[in-house]
Design a protein. Structure first.
Ligand code: UT7
Length: 316
């Protein structure tokens, strides 16, 4: 047994709330279509003066303050994202400067799209095992509004901005995350082009194949994590699913046969925030007292890559 536990969480979202009715003023859509097909009612968009870096910093500071861990005690800082302010420097490098992390703290960004935060948790666990300092800072952060195609009504209604942070501690007597990570390379049904492609610089998604992928991957991944951990569904206190579409989550709940009250989400207020989605929800659950010390959260991400990732995270 050796692994990480969650010590604390933090989050930050932009000030601007964009409702479905607001979007209906700029694209041919309506609140009824968006809310019944996705469960989304509003999302947040960064405005002038707000940035990916600022969201990360606010979420990280909150998580650190709540944990009592000093920046100089961190061995690792990983930011899961694909919408950081700069291709380089990484968002994590800017956090190193702003938070005053020691220069030998391992700081980098990780791109596994909507599975990114769970990939980053697993990565932090592996790195902390060998690091001189055993605390890690793990974030998921996105500013998707800046890569959204507002001429495409089938995608622009889905996405939102935000950042979630977690402080974790590695100990030899802590349980492993029992992470299950996977990918099936595909640049057709879900992608955001980089600087070396001629495709339009927006998120593109063919919803239906991604939907079919997600409803298969989420329950399978959740079961594989539990099988690795030697635990059952009844041992999980909270299921923290990537908030992409309430219909996908409802499908997973039904397929797994778990209590919907253990699967409450926040998609109605956040939209799909990709890598930020799981840590934003974790923070909401922890601050609401819905995930408490000693309890286990089964986190499952899925999305661009195509990727999937699950991990069992215990609150210290
Ligand atoms: O986070 C990464 C992972 N992403 C996901 O997991 C997303 C997976 N996919 C989905 O969640 C769903 O496929 C969507 C929410 C994206 C779309 O829902 P859908 O039920 O698959 O709708 P659709 O694309 O099949 O479109 C159905 C109809 C079409 O009209 P016709 O052709 O039937 O006349 C669309 O043109 O809905 C129309 N439509 C809209 N109507 C009003 C598409 N977008 C909109 C809109 N408002 N915003």
């Amino acid at each position: 047994m050796n692994g990480i536990k969650l010590l604390s969480t933090g989050s930050a979202v932009p000030a601007k709330v964009v409702t479905n009715d607001d979007l209906a003023k700029i694209v041919d859509t309506n609140d009824e279509w968006i809310s019944t097909r996705t469960g989304i009612r509003s999302r947040r968009y960064c405005g002038e003066g707000e940035s990916h870096t600022a969201l990360c910093l606010a979420a990280a500071r909150q998580a650190l303050a709540r944990s009592g861990v000093k920046p100089s005690e961190l061995g690792v800082c990983v930011v899961a994202t694909f919408t950081q302010d700069f291709l380089t420097p990484a968002a994590a490098c800017l956090l190193q400067r702003e938070l005053g992390l020691l220069e030998d703290t391992v700081c980098f960004d990780l791109n596994a799209a909507c599975s990114g935060f769970v990939y980053a948790l697993h990565t932090a666990q592996c790195l902390l095992a060998a690091a001189p300092r055993k605390y890690g800072l793990v974030l998921g952060a996105e500013v998707l509004s800046r890569v959204t195609d507002f001429d495409d009504r089938s995608t622009c209604v889905l996405f939102g901005d935000g950042a979630g942070a977690a402080v974790v501690e590695w100990r030899a007597d802590y349980p492993s995350l029992h992470a299950v990570l996977g990918c099936r390379g595909n640049d057709e049904c879900l992608y955001a082009p980089g600087v070396n492609t001629s495709r339009p610089a927006h998120i593109h998604m063919d919803g239906q194949p991604v939907f079919r992928f997600a409803v298969e991957a989420v329950p399978r991944c959740a079961k594989e994590v539990l099988s690795k951990a030697g635990l059952g569904l009844e041992d999980v206190d909270r299921f923290v699913f990537h908030q992409a579409n309430q219909r996908i989550i409802d499908f997973a709940i039904k397929k797994l046969g778990v209590d919907p009250d253990k699967c409450t989400g926040n998609i109605a207020r956040t939209g799909n925030t990709s890598a930020a989605s799981v840590p934003l929800l974790l923070d909401e659950l922890v601050t609401a007292g819905a995930l408490r010390s000693g309890q286990k959260a089964l986190c499952v991400g899925f999305g661009g890559g195509l990727t999937w990732a699950g991990a069992l995270l215990e609150l210290a």
